[in-house]
Design a protein. Structure first.
Length: 480
């Protein structure tokens, strides 16, 4: 009598795990549908708000403020998920995201100031908390031997969502305007929120502790002062007293954040986890991946919009090969990590990414060149991202998964924040006047500098990955 009971229990567990995976994958698609269009629609948003290419560093706050808020709120929600329940916090994050997306879609109706949209995008950044919570739920729901594959599926859905966003979102943007990219996703994300609330089971894993709000404040202050300082360099120059004060303040706040983390009883970034070799190296690599990936994404949008004169859908089609390749290689990377371990897929992925950056450094004058370059880059990043999150999860005690994945997301998102900010400054400072079109547009030197810089950052990541110990499974994490 016991054997049928166990099988039925296993069947229910598999069914629930499948439902959870499908639901989380759908959420990834919907969020990426919106976020995939944030880059290519930026030139249209700028035009709608009356901005010029010289204002690109200001307009880029539509991207960076979302990432800044995400970087600060991710560890807070991750810790709250460990304490009160990951499902509960996922529902809260999704509800906030639904409201924020609705407001962002109507931002132009509220005001003709770009700052209103930036404020709503900041609110929307709270939605980034969904992803570390989702990866933590996978850790709780899936057998250890299936975690890497499930992560690969979720990572692949980012590619699917990007593809849908680039093509369908591009069509919607060109036909109805950029605001409808936000309007059209609201009903779907609202339905997904209800499904999570009423159909998904709460994780039984808990970790008692408190949220480090002081550490979050220091981290937020560090990122904001640094980014505002970087943004103002295009208008005021590097030697302006305000710029120097902001950049100096960011350094001071960073040291205060680090000092506080060593003293806090419940730190935002746990020093004991950071001291682990594999976790420390992988988090540094995550920063470099985030920096390179988002820097190039913003640069491609500027190149296609300003220099190629493409519309939103055309820019989306330009990015489609990368999305398709990530869709295919996401699960493939998961299987490879499961069979061979995460070290070499991580290293290989970053090397392939470097090849893509260097290709675009030399060839980016045509749409075909750009499509080839970002396809190569995307194939490498698919392996790198799946491998890096797998290292973090299997090296972390189960009760601290939310903290560790949140910490990884902080660091990766910080790179994603800094990268586009640096790219925006380079693009603004290297804009030249075109006598044919009688307009200003970024010069070729800007793109070459950005692609070269990204390849160097990824090269550092390759060197660091060589120091990660090569193990097919981490001790205590065998298949079940």
């Amino acid at each position: 009598m016991m054997k049928p009971t166990n099988n039925n229990g296993n069947g229910r567990a598999i069914k629930n795990s499948t439902f959870v995976l499908i639901l989380l994958a759908s959420i990834a698609i919907m969020v990426m549908y919106v976020e995939a269009m944030a880059f290519p629609s930026l030139p249209m948003v700028m035009e709608d708000f009356g901005l010029t290419p010289q204002d690109y560093s200001l307009a880029s706050w539509i991207i960076t403020i979302y990432l800044v808020v995400g970087a600060v709120s991710i560890p807070v929600f991750g810790k709250l998920g460990d304490i009160y329940g990951k499902k509960k916090m996922l529902v809260i994050a999704m509800s906030l995201y639904t409201v924020a997306v609705t407001l962002t879609g109507f931002s132009r109706d509220f005001s003709d100031s770009i700052y209103v949209m930036i404020a709503f995008r900041a609110f929307q950044g709270l939605g980034m908390c969904m992803f570390p919570l989702a990866f933590s739920i996978i850790r709780d729901e899936f057998p250890k031997g299936q975690i890497a594959v499930a992560q690969g599926v979720i990572s692949a859905m980012f590619g699917v969502g990007a593809a849908v966003g680039f093509v369908l979102g591009g069509y919607v943007t060109d036909a109805l305007g950029w605001a409808w990219t936000y309007h059209t996703v609201v009903p779907f994300i609202a339905i997904a929120t209800l499904l999570v609330a009423f159909k998904m089971k709460e994780s039984p894993v808990r970790y008692k502790g408190k949220v480090d709000y002081i550490g979050a404040s220091f981290l937020g202050g560090t990122l904001v002062t640094f980014l505002v300082g970087m943004t103002e360099t295009s208008n005021r120059g590097w030697t302006d007293p305000l710029v120097l004060s902001l950049l100096a303040s960011s350094v001071v706040l960073l040291f205060m954040f680090i000092f506080w983390q060593t003293r806090a009883k419940e730190p935002l970034v746990r020093p004991s986890l950071m001291a682990q070799r594999e976790i420390a190296l992988t988090n540094i690599i995550a920063f470099l991946i985030g920096f390179a990936m988002f820097t190039v994404s913003q640069t491609i949008a500027a190149l296609a919009g300003f220099n190629f004169g493409l519309g939103a859908m055309e820019i989306g089609l330009l990015n489609l090969p990368m999305s398709g390749i990530m869709l295919i290689l996401g699960p493939t990377a998961g299987f490879l990590v499961k069979k061979r371990g995460p070290k070499w897929p991580l290293t290989m992925g970053m090397i392939i990414g470097i090849a893509g950056f260097l290709y675009m450094y030399s060839w980016h004058s045509t749409q075909l060149d750009v499509m080839i370059g970002i396809a190569i880059m995307g194939s490498g990043l698919a392996f790198a991202m799946v491998s890096s999150i797998n290292i973090i999860i299997v090296c972390t005690p189960k009760e601290e998964t939310g903290i560790s994945t949140g910490m990884n997301m902080i660091i990766r998102t910080s790179g994603s924040v800094v990268g586009p900010a640096v790219a925006a400054v380079i693009i603004s400072e290297h804009s030249v006047f075109n006598p044919v079109t009688m307009t200003s547009m970024p010069g070729d030197s800007a793109y070459q500098l950005i692609f070269l810089m990204s390849s160097v950052f990824m090269g550092v990541g390759v060197l660091l990955s060589l120091f990660i110990r090569h193990k097919k499974t981490i001790p205590g994490e065998g298949d079940e």
